[in-house]
Design a protein around this ligand. Structure first.
Ligand code: G3P
Ligand code: MG
Length: 309
């Protein structure tokens, strides 16, 4: 079957890997999953082996100029401010609101278990105190990560990355996994996250790994070269293009507060997908999309719903 974008699909109208999943009796995935897959080596391997598809990685600059294949509005830290951040409840809330994609932050426990949390300390979002990196997983898993947000979320725990990945698959949520290392653990956090991501996502759509830390992106590439990486930065400083290229990134993620239209043109002109955080006002979202921004992360999924035009 030929599609308008030139890709070929199997008889059921979905990519071969998804047909295989369907045969195994897995739940069908939401419609956005049937859009073109990302330009990763994993994608090429998955879809080019049977010579069904052209080699989409051979553009002039080695990157893509294709439409963003994932959700345009992504729940930040799960469901943003509508549920406790980086929890399974947040992922469920995002899915229940119709979101097809979420972002969350992953850090290592003292015994090197990747878990979902944003801060290097437990104080703000859990019932614990002190350093995440100094706390063993068994202790982290026993903490309350929902009561700080509201009594209805009491009993919500600090999830492991494994739990979150499995839940995303179950809920049909695409994930942008932000590698969020505690200081000094940049490399090992990335290696643990990348390796586990490879195991957790055995079929497309694979998660997009991003990080503010170049060392982490470099380590993620070495550990899982087939997973796509996003260059995450607050401001687009001079040299961003060289850095993103050196790290083999497919996307650039930046703070919407600092982005200019000229920078958006530059990023997209260089062949990167462009993602912006954290966009909580519809007018801002509209402006960014009009500049060609491919996706936004939002804390206000109630104001910027998944089908926001
Ligand atoms: O990944 C986008 C955004 O989450 C980066 O900032 O601090 O919210 O993790 P932060
Ligand atoms: Mg984040």
């Amino acid at each position: 079957m030929a599609r308008s974008d030139g890709l070929l699909l199997g008889v059921s109208g979905c990519p071969p890997a998804q047909q295989t999943a369907a045969k195994r009796g897995k739940p069908s995935l939401p419609p956005f999953f049937f859009a073109p897959a990302p330009p990763s080596a994993a994608h090429s391997a998955a879809y080019n082996n049977g010579s069904l598809l052209p080699d989409l990685t051979s553009t002039a600059n080695g990157r893509m100029h294709r439409p963003w294949p994932y959700p345009r509005v992504v729940g930040h830290r799960g469901a943003g401010t509508l549920a406790p951040e980086n929890t399974l409840a947040g992922l469920r809330k995002a899915a229940a609101m119709g979101f097809g994609g979420v972002e969350f932050d992953v850090m290592l426990s003292a015994d090197k278990v990747p878990i979902l949390i944003h801060d290097e300390t437990l104080d703000r979002t859990t019932s614990g105190r002190g350093s995440v990196a100094a706390t063993p997983y068994a202790r982290l898993a026993s903490l309350d990560a929902g009561a700080w947000f509201g009594p209805q979320y009491r009993g919500e725990h600090v999830p492991s990355f494994e739990e979150a990945g499995k839940l995303c698959a179950q809920l049909g949520l695409w994930a942008n996994v932000e590698i969020k290392p505690a200081r000094g653990f940049e490399r090992e956090t990335a290696v643990a996250v990348a390796k586990l991501a490879l195991n957790l996502w055995s079929a497309p759509p694979a998660p997009l790994l991003s990080s503010f830390e170049a060392v982490s992106l470099d380590a993620a590439r070495a550990a899982a070269p087939d997973l796509d990486r996003g260059y995450l930065t607050d401001r687009l400083a001079p040299g961003w293009a060289e850095a993103a290229r050196a790290l083999g990134c497919v996307s650039v993620h930046c703070n919407s507060k600092h982005l200019t239209q000229a920078q958006a043109d530059e990023v997209r002109g260089a062949g990167y997908w462009l993602l912006c955080y954290t966009v909580n006002e519809p007018a801002t979202a509209r402006r960014l999309f009009s500049w060609g921004v491919d996706a936004i992360f939002t804390d206000r999924p109630d104001l910027i719903p998944p089908d926001f035009a």
